[in-house]
Design a protein around this ligand. Structure first.
Ligand code: 1GP
Length: 253
């Protein structure tokens, strides 16, 4: 194992240190804008760079090379499809779409990629990926052909899915409102999940301001992911990193 990012996540959670992941979708960048966001990341130091996107066709190796030239931050592949796997990746979220009932995204893709992950010694962090309707049809929904959970009528189901994920042994639970969601996952849902589980929780989708960021953190998210908003306004990265640093100073054990 070249890296052990999961150990870092667990030790941060034990200290109540919240984490922030900048999501980079290489398809949405030119080389110049990719270098720019990575330089900002290197200066402002979110905890992780997630790399992923639903429209990626072909190899992510070039984007990875650029990211690694500009920053030494840990990079985690957040694949929408396991064909995006690359031997240049050191860690990935090994996602199962547990809100959906499509075997392809529950276990089949994982089986197809298992040997490759083993052979290339990639750290795979098993992640229960729970898609919650964010008010806009998401790419995940379309690609996986599954229905997201309803944030109002499926609250119990969301919590039960999170508990089941923990019982099964998933290492992370990702509460996802979908890329560019109109409504991020509510604080109430995050609270209900975190009150019923001990597994580290990732929250993402549709977070565009400090209020949304704070809601996710105070609801109990361990890692908050922002993609779209920082693609549009990369200069705001420091607002989020400054905020989480202060938040952690006040709350860290
Ligand atoms: C999407 O959770 C991530 O899969 C982040 O979403 O791009 O809306 O921030 P945004």
């Amino acid at each position: 194992m070249r890296t052990n990012i999961y150990t870092t996540i667990l030790s941060n959670k034990a200290k109540n240190k919240k984490m922030f992941a900048l999501l980079i979708d290489p398809e949405k960048h030119t080389e110049i804008s990719l270098r720019n966001i990575c330089k900002l990341a290197q200066e402002n130091r979110p905890d992780f760079i997630f790399i992923g996107g639903s429209q990626i066709i072909g190899s992510i190796d070039n984007a990875l090379k650029i990211i690694k030239q500009e920053t030494d931050l840990p990079i985690i592949l957040f694949p929408s499809h396991f064909s995006q796997l690359s031997s240049s990746v050191e860690c990935l979220l090994y996602l199962s779409l547990t809100s959906g009932r499509n075997p392809k995204f529950l276990i089949e893709q994982q089986i197809s990629s298992a040997k490759y992950i083993r052979q290339h010694n990639i750290e795979a962090i098993s992640t229960s990926y729970i898609l919650i309707d964010g008010g806009k049809s998401s790419a995940v929904e379309q690609v996986s052909n599954t229905t997201p959970y309803n944030p109002k009528s499926d609250k119990e189901l969301i919590v039960d899915t999170a508990i089941a994920s923990e019982l099964i042994g998933f290492q992370l639970i990702y509460l996802e409102a979908g890329s560019g969601a109109k409504h991020p996952v509510s604080k109430e849902i995050i609270e209900q999940v975190t009150q019923n589980t001990k597994t580290p929780i990732i929250v993402g989708g549709g977070i565009t301001n400090i209020d949304g960021f704070q809601n996710a953190l105070s609801g109990g998210a361990d890692i908050v992911v922002i993609g779209n908003h920082l693609e549009l306004f990369p200069e705001q990265l420091s607002d989020f990193t400054n905020f989480i640093n202060l938040y952690n100073k006040k709350n860290e054990k």
